[in-house]
Design a protein around this ligand. Structure first.
Ligand SMILES: NC(=O)c1ccc[n+]([C@@H]2O[C@H](COP(=O)([O-])OP(=O)(O)OC[C@H]3O[C@@H](n4cnc5c(N)ncnc54)[C@H](OP(=O)(O)O)[C@@H]3O)[C@@H](O)[C@H]2O)c1
Length: 324
């Protein structure tokens, strides 16, 4: 099998693509020939040692794959050779041509989506669903401003928000990202390269939005906070801009605003049953065509450094995937 190996926490061009023997198949497990490895912003942070959790070195990065079952342990009845499946491998293990996973974690791929889509929607859509349904408790008709709306978790929030009946304003830096957000259900866009976020968000929403979904951080977070109406809330998702914002508390006090943390990854460890129910709801909505994971940009596995560099440098529109 072919894997990407992270041998030290270092810039992404230090990753090594190498051949390894296939691992054995323990009881209760299935072997999957991987056809698509989803790429997430967090993968680029993890390999550089910049994420809050650090796998033991050396490790294979990547956390989401899709493919075809090639072998099942004798005690497994839930899957059969030839099944199309996808699975979340965790913090590591996904950038590989083959994975061996516990059968209970392996999920049939809906016939309505490609393997590339199956390998790229779980992290982004679960984050968006957790943020908007469980943390924000957003209600149909409310205004949602999505920052980084052409990126992975941002675009998923546009789609989940539209499906909830929210009125979505998508903020993004490029025409391609804004067009993609409109295609996923945004009713208005803000050009963050040229427009004033707060002024435009207030104009578009008639005085301020109910929710701001912020995976970007940096200076954008304060502009988002100032875009909120009375009792509005800023959802803190991530810091793709690289800077953890320090928000002025007077802007939270004014208009009775709220700032809400969103840590989907941490929550999954303490809420396994609730997370399984949420994942089932997300998959059902995808299978029924109520949610629309984007067709990702593709790279060969050997171009992993290029894929992660494009992610870090804002060149990915939507999602991307490695093909082993
Ligand atoms: N809280 C959670 O549970 C959770 C779960 C998953 C991910 N996250 C976090 O969410 C963040 C976004 O992840 P993602 O997968 O959506 O990433 P992504 O696909 O790369 O999108 C991030 C967006 O951030 C914007 N951005 C602004 N400044 C940037 C900069 N200096 N570098 C890179 N991007 C910049 C870009 O949009 P523009 O070009 O339009 O500005 C980009 O499209 C990450 O910090 C990730 O760790 C959090």
């Amino acid at each position: 099998m072919r894997v990407v190996s992270c041998n030290s926490f270092a810039p992404v061009d230090q990753l090594v693509v190498e051949e390894r023997p296939s691992p054995p198949l323990p009881d209760g497990h299935v072997r999957i020939a991987v056809t698509a490895c989803g790429v997430n912003f967090v993968d680029a942070l993890i390999v550089q040692g910049l994420y809050q959790l650090k796998p033991t070195l050396p490790f294979v990065p990547g956390g989401e794959v899709a493919g075809t079952v090639t072998e099942v342990a004798a005690d497994v009845t839930s899957h059969a050779v030839g099944d199309r499946v996808f699975v979340t491998t965790g913090l590591s293990g996904g950038f590989a041509s083959e994975v061996v996973m516990p059968a209970f974690r392996v999920i049939p791929t809906p016939s309505t989506i490609t393997d590339a889509q199956a390998a790229t929607f779980v992290q982004s859509y679960c984050t968006a669903w957790f943020a908007l349904h469980l943390r924000a408790k957003a209600q149909a008709g409310e205004w949602l401003l999505v920052l980084g709306a052409g990126g992975g978790v941002g675009l998923a929030a546009v789609d989940v928000g539209r499906a909830m009946g929210l009125r979505v304003i998508a903020a993004a830096s490029s025409e391609a990202k804004r067009e993609l957000a409109m295609a996923h259900g945004a009713e208005a866009v803000i050009d963050t390269s040229n427009e004033d976020l707060k002024v435009r968000a207030k104009e578009l929403s008639g005085g301020g939005v109910h929710h701001v979904y912020d995976p970007v951080g940096g200076a954008m977070a304060e502009a988002g906070l100032r875009s909120l109406r009375d009792d509005g809330q800023l959802l803190v998702i991530g810091f793709a801009a690289g800077e953890i914002p320090k928000l002025p508390a007077n802007q939270i006090l004014l208009r009775n605003r709220r700032v809400t943390g969103v840590d989907w990854g941490g929550w999954t460890f303490s809420h396994a049953a609730e997370n399984a129910a949420m994942l089932a709801a997300v998959i059902a909505a995808v299978a029924k065509g109520e949610l629309h994971p984007v067709a990702p940009r593709t790279y060969p596995l050997t171009d992993v450094a290029e894929a992660l560099t494009d992610q870090l440098e804002r060149r990915v529109v939507g999602k991307s995937v490695l093909l082993p």
